[in-house]
Design a protein around this ligand. Structure first.
Ligand SMILES: NC(=O)c1ccc[n+]([C@@H]2O[C@H](COP(=O)([O-])OP(=O)(O)OC[C@H]3O[C@@H](n4cnc5c(N)ncnc54)[C@H](OP(=O)(O)O)[C@@H]3O)[C@@H](O)[C@H]2O)c1
Length: 289
């Protein structure tokens, strides 16, 4: 059996056309959805991610603001910029490109970000809302994974899922989103014992390691007919690659995401969707006044 492809480009295109329509509707009501990005330093992959986000936003009819600070910037300078964007009534969404340079306390920076503008869903407030099952702005990559499953009508209620990642960006929020959908969730990481035994229990397996020297998901590690979702991004043989040995795993899985063209496009689309949600929240707040 060859797995069916969970095509992120197709699902993302559908999502983006909905976003475009919603942006146009908001504009007709006098609100121009606007996303501000903050990039600290000149790390090439972070700069590329930000450029891609600007392009996707522009294509969807969302205005963008591009804020760049040097890698030597102080924590105070970054906090001041975020406070300015928090106050700016024309800005609906703020995205701080991570990771930040080591002199900056990432948690503190995320803590001062206005939760209603937190289009990455990473502030402590929104993380708590996610845990309570009440989040409005959900982290983009985990939310994009759930959206991709929904788009392909892959039902995860009651299934055994395994996530290989425990970061606040991917693994932890994804665990809550899968629990919300009634999946049973196991979260694994670099210290997990008997990792392969756990992987083999998964009906849905999500891997986000991003380092093929440390971990590659091979066909012998999965349960037959598993749904395999590859979040990892690394360079392998001079090309962009995920964590999965795609050619062999696709012969055993029932569904599989490619890299590129799987989770990546969903992440950007969820960012656009969150920006529209944030702009709509602003509209609601205006209406209440
Ligand atoms: N496609 C997208 O849109 C998208 C979005 C976000 C991230 N990503 C990619 O996803 C990957 C993870 O991102 P991240 O920010 O979550 O990175 P991260 O914080 O470095 O997380 C990596 C995770 O992998 C675990 N790990 C490392 N080696 C392992 C091993 N040998 N066995 C089992 N687990 C192992 C780590 O465990 P410990 O916690 O014990 O260290 C950690 O939980 C990266 O490649 C990133 O580029 C892609």
């Amino acid at each position: 059996m060859t797995a069916r492809i969970l095509d992120g480009l197709v699902a993302a295109a559908s999502l983006r056309s909905n976003v475009k329509r919603a942006a146009s509707q908001l504009r007709s009501e006098g609100i121009s959805p606007c996303l501000a990005t903050v990039l600290v330093g000149d790390e090439p992959s972070s700069a590329l991610y930000v450029r891609n986000k600007h392009k996707a936003a522009a294509d969807a009819g969302i205005l963008t603001r591009d804020h760049k600070l040097p890698s030597s910037c102080t924590q105070r300078e970054l906090l001041e910029l975020i406070e300015t964007l928090n106050r700016d009534t024309e800005v609906h969404g703020i995205l701080i490109q991570l990771p930040l340079p080591t002199q900056i306390n990432e948690f503190l920076v995320l803590s001062i970000l206005n939760p209603v503008k937190d289009v990455d869903g990473l502030t402590p407030y929104n993380a708590g809302m996610l845990m309570s099952g009440k989040a409005i702005l959900k982290p983009c990559t985990p939310a994009g994974i759930v959206e991709l499953l929904d788009y392909n009508k892959v039902d995860i209620s009651g299934i055994d899922s395994v996530i290989v990642n425990r970061s606040t960006l991917v693994g932890k929020p994804l665990a809550f989103l899968l629990l919300e959908r009634d999946a049973t969730v196991t979260v694994c990481h670099s210290k997990t014992k008997m990792l392969v035994d756990k992987l083999k229990t998964a009906d849905v397996l999500i891997t986000a390691v991003g380092n093929r020297e440390h971990f590659v998901l091979t066909a012998d590690m999965i349960k037959p007919h598993a749904v395999v979702i590859d979040v990892g991004i690394s360079r392998y043989d001079g090309k962009l690659a995920g964590d999965v040995d795609f050619e062999n795993v696709k012969e055993k899985a029932s569904w599989i995401t490619p890299v590129p063209g799987g989770v990546g496009p969903m992440t950007i689309s969820m960012l656009l969707k969150n920006t529209i949600t944030a702009a709509s929240l602003k509209k609601e707040m205006n209406n209440r006044r």
